[in-house]
Design a protein around this ligand. Structure first.
Ligand code: SF4
Ligand code: F3S
Ligand code: FES
Length: 253
């Protein structure tokens, strides 16, 4: 079955822009990215859109569809009523380059600020041993496709550009949580207490557990429950446990 849908697509660049109206053909089984491609092919050859896999795995086609951060390639047209207007806009938390393409380098900057895994001393590569439960905990976080929908939706930065310098965002706080829970990470031996650093250096305290990040994650990662809340608990434990505090002071010497 084919029908004609009414789309509004944001067109513009760093100087500004507006929503443009399009009437476009929709066929059974299509997703929003198919419609954007049809617009490029038939009505708007210069419409800028970033995509790659069309399979929900590269994280490139992130945009806002009717105001909700989504992967365009994983948003079926069947979720909308045939007569419903579908509005597609670029991610709001990041600067627009052109049309639906935003500059997400904020996220790469934040990624670089998280110190890497510190290998344990005296254990050669290939000899690392972990409990299966610890492997599975990391694997959930490793499903991240870096679509940055969670970064886009978090209210801490969505409408507050001024918070960006101090807040790593859910994706990178989750990375810190993964490393903090990793039984082989030896960062603490070098004086880096990751949970404390999340609080002091990466803005964990800005997160007030609204869980919007978890709601939009296309990989269904339990970002808030499995990463952010445990990280907050570990940061508090570190802060208020006198033995842990004393231990970390001695190790720093
Ligand atoms: Fe995307 Fe989920 Fe990774 Fe956030 S945690 S970047 S929403 S896959
Ligand atoms: Fe933001 Fe997620 Fe916390 S949306 S406030 S990082 S729970
Ligand atoms: Fe790769 Fe959508 S095109 S996630």
């Amino acid at each position: 079955m084919t029908h004609t849908a009414h789309f509004k697509v944001w067109r513009g660049d760093t100087d500004g822009g507006d929503l443009r109206d399009y009437e476009v053909e929709v066929n059974d089984g299509e997703v929003v990215l198919d419609i954007i491609h049809r617009l490029q092919a038939t009505q708007a050859a210069d419409l800028a859109v970033r995509w790659n896999c069309k399979a929900g795995k590269c994280g490139s086609c992130s945009a806002e569809v009717n105001g909700r951060p989504r992967l365009m390639c994983m948003t079926r047209m069947s979720v909308f009523e045939p007569d419903e207007t579908v509005t597609v806009t670029p991610l709001r938390a990041f600067p627009v380059i052109r049309d639906l393409v935003t500059d997400v380098s904020f996220n790469y900057d934040k990624a670089r600020q998280v110190p890497a895994f510190v290998p344990p001393k005296g254990v050669p590569a290939g000899e690392y041993r972990m409990q299966q439960v610890d492997v599975e905990r990391s694997q959930e976080f490793r499903k991240c496709i870096e679509c940055f929908l969670c970064q886009d939706t978090c209210h801490v930065v969505r409408d507050h550009e001024e918070n960006k310098a101090a807040f790593a965002g859910p994706r990178f706080l989750m990375r810190i949580a993964e490393l903090d829970m990793h039984p082989l990470d030896a960062a603490a031996d070098q004086g880096l207490v990751r949970a404390a650093s999340a609080q002091e250096d990466h803005g964990l305290g800005y997160c007030n557990i609204t869980k919007c990040c978890t709601e939009v994650c296309p990989e269904h990662i339990q970002i808030t429950d499995n990463a952010l809340i445990p990280l907050k608990e570990r940061a508090i434990d570190r802060k208020y446990d006198p033995l842990v505090w004393l231990g970390s002071r001695i190790r720093r010497r």
